[in-house]
Design a protein around this ligand. Structure first.
Ligand code: SAM
Length: 288
């Protein structure tokens, strides 16, 4: 399948290039690189060191456990490569990476910047001057602490790359899945139709595409109401049309309180553009 006119360029700065390279060589990412859709460049921070031991870390000023990645190799490596920006430092204190940001980053391939870049920390973290004076922002993949930024980098790269044109076999498959629509995805089934006595819902075997579509929308709503009420709140509730759909296809318990908003177009649909945060989500904080 043909790729876009220019590939999305992603540059990664790490002391463990083999970790990033290994993950990004196989399956979907390996194919995206071979097809010229993703231009991934991985920089070994140790190549920017000048001492015989190729040291990248040192003990923290003020004392304390562990080592800190020093600013020298990171500044040298980034300044030498002049990678596409925004340049993000991966770390648990950063802004939370989510599907909307993945969409925004995937769109950078067609802009003047051409892509984005990631710096992976290790040990106890990274000298604060990297965050203050080199990168454009910090990015976290969740509220937990990893041993290094490499796993976070490949999470970001895969989530972004699968949105690039031509990367997924079926272009439609990224469109109605979890988070893209502001809802969790409906349940999926494949053959066999009966497995250990558990049936695939009859509607999915009916061949009635209108019914299937309605059932899937209802199940996506129902699942999101049950499992991620925060997503329902973020889209401002459900519309009257959605409430009626649920009543027919997947009734929710009367004790579950879901706000219903007007179907009046002037009020804007739940999950519509008015519900999105203002401003570009890749908007970078300026380096200090
Ligand atoms: N001492 C740091 C703290 O308490 O914030 C944690 C450092 S962590 C052990 C080492 C590196 O792993 C970080 O510099 C960062 O690059 C990466 N890392 C850890 N958790 C992460 C997360 N949730 N998202 C992105 N990167 C993470």
């Amino acid at each position: 399948m043909a790729g876009p006119l220019s590939p999305l360029r992603v540059e990664v700065f790490t002391i463990f290039p083999e970790l990033v390279e290994g993950f990004c060589s196989g399956a979907l990412l390996g194919r995206a690189r071979r097809d010229g859709v993703l231009d991934l460049r991985i920089h070994d921070l140790r190549e920017a060191t000048s001492d015989a031991r190729r040291s990248v870390d040192d003990s923290p000023f003020g004392g304390g456990a562990g080592m800190v990645l020093g600013p020298g190799p990171i500044f040298e490596s980034v300044e030498g490569a002049e990678p596409p920006r925004p340049l993000y430092l991966l770390g648990p204190r950063g802004r939370r990476f989510d599907q909307r940001m993945a969409e925004d980053l995937a769109g950078l391939g067609t802009t003047a910047t051409g892509g984005f870049s990631l710096v992976c920390g290790r040990y106890e973290g990274v000298d604060q001057r990297v965050a203050d004076h080199l990168v454009d922002g910090e990015l976290s993949i969740g509220d937990y602490v990893l041993a290094g930024g490499e796993a976070a980098a490949v999470v970001v790269i895969e989530a972004v790359s699968r949105l690039l044109p031509g990367v997924l076999g079926n272009e439609a498959s990224a469109e109605d899945e979890t988070f893209t629509s502001g809802l969790l995805e409906y349940p999926q089934y494949t053959r066999p139709a009966v497995f250990r006595g558990w049936d695939v819902p009859e509607v999915l075997r009916s061949g009635d595409h209108g019914r299937i579509e309605r059932w899937r929308r209802a199940m996506a709503l129902r699942r999101t109401i049950d499992e991620r009420p925060d997503l329902i709140a973020a889209r401002g509730g459900i519309s009257e049309e959605e409430r009626n759909l649920l009543a027919v296809e997947a009734p929710i318990s009367a004790s579950v309180d879901v706000p219903v908003v007007s179907d009046d177009p002037a009020a804007g649909p739940p999950g519509g553009p008015g519900d999105r945060e203002a401003g570009p989500t890749t908007g970078a904080e300026s380096p200090g």
